[in-house]
Design a protein around this ligand. Structure first.
Ligand code: IPM
Ligand code: MG
Length: 358
């Protein structure tokens, strides 16, 4: 029997609750499809600071490197706000992405039929379906550039630098081109080339690669225009390719179109087979421990793991189908509805329902 080794990083806030539900669903899926999963739980973020003093202990990095795949909840919370910038929980998340070389972040924004009423957009704007894949560069740009705080003549200033090399742009662009080729073959590269040198290099690099992918229709948008187009006419997008920071912002926006940020999964991939899977939302400290969180983004992240890292595409489809069915009968608070026959449930019960539908 195939046996997969998964490192689990539950993290902070609602992280442990949502990851527990995702594990429940993965175990059920493994049982059905005849494979086994071993879990190694390690610390990341605030939980790691509390236990070891640092947000990314070496043991966590070692365990991830030895695993077939990594499942992550969320990190951060007000408890660690007073930590210095280089020892915040978020630094652990950025550190693990970097340590594992996970430069490609795939963030699908899809709308599940039963959730159309949860989207803040009018039905005529959503159209028949919404299926956007945001491909976000994840280990470069302003998140990892030169930074500092200094005082000159008694005046304090701080700076962060956006820098991209041709190689960094090429490798993420190729991920997006390949993705577009497997989908609707439309690629929109998003930058701020009317202002930034790094964006002009980004755009020129994407254009230089384009002839290698003749079936893909390439377009470019400035990020401000893209933010507007996403709510004006989201159906125009298939694959969106963008930098680390623009991708962070645009993926939150795209997620809301789909009804709730509690629904969106993500995969972070490098050049090896190892991937890290996490919901795109944060640790929601305000509702942590209340059994009120929506575990579906984490459960859908497990589906992405089965597809992209573990080569179990049918198991991935089963989970996605179970989530769609679960939404017909039950909703967590963030996607609640007044429809009759649809119950308001907590995090655990939602996990039970999805697992039961597999
Ligand atoms: C995300 C998050 C992280 C990011 C934070 C927590 C560092 O917002 O994954 O989108 O900005 O990448
Ligand atoms: Mg974000």
């Amino acid at each position: 029997m195939k046996n997969y080794q998964i490192t689990v990083l539950k993290g902070d806030g609602i992280g442990p609750e949502i990851v527990d539900q995702a594990i429940k669903v993965l175990d059920r899926t493994a049982q059905k499809h005849g494979f086994a999963v071993n879990y190694d739980c390690q610390l990341l973020g605030g939980a790691a600071i509390d236990a070891t003093g640092v947000p990314l202990p070496q043991a966590t990095v070692d365990s991830c490197k030895a695993a077939d795949s990594v499942l992550l909840g969320a990190v951060g919370g007000p408890k660690w706000d007073s930590q210095p910038g280089n020892n915040r929980p978020e630094k652990g998340l950025l550190g693990i992405r970097q340590a594992l070389g996970l430069y490609a972040n795939l963030r699908p924004a899809v709308i599940f039929g039963p959730l159309r009423d949860a989207s803040p957009l009018k039905p005529e704007i959503i159209g028949d379906s919404l299926d956007i894949m945001v491909v976000r560069e994840l280990t470069g740009g302003i998140y990892f550039g030169d930074r500092g705080t200094e005082e000159v003549n008694g005046v304090k200033s701080a700076y962060d630098t956006e820098r991209y090399s041709v190689q960094e742009i090429e490798r993420i662009a190729r991920v997006a081109f390949d993705m577009a080729q497997k989908r609707d073959r439309r690629l929109c590269s998003v930058d701020k080339a009317n202002v930034l040198d790094s964006s002009r290099l980004w755009r020129a690099t994407v254009d230089r690669l384009a002839p290698e992918y003749p079936e893909v229709a390439v377009s470019h948008l400035y990020v401000d225009n893209c933010a507007m187009q996403l709510v004006r006419d989201p159906a125009q997008f298939d694959v969106i390719l963008t930098s680390n920071m623009f991708g962070d912002i645009l993926s939150d926006e795209a997620s809301m179109i789909s009804g709730s940020i509690g629904m969106l999964a993500s995969a972070s991939l490098g050049s090896g087979g190892l991937g890290l899977y996490e919901p795109i939302h944060g640790s929601a400290p305000d509702i942590a421990g209340q059994d009120a969180a929506n575990p579906l983004a984490t459960i859908l992240s497990v589906a992405m793991m089965l597809r992209y890292s573990l080569d179990q595409p049918q198991a991935a489809k089963d989970i996605e189908a179970a989530v769609a069915k679960a939404l017909d009968q039950a909703r967590t608070r963030d996607i609640a509805t007044k429809e009759t026959g649809v119950r308001l449930v907590g995090c655990q019960e939602m996990g039970d329902i999805v697992a039961g539908l597999i």
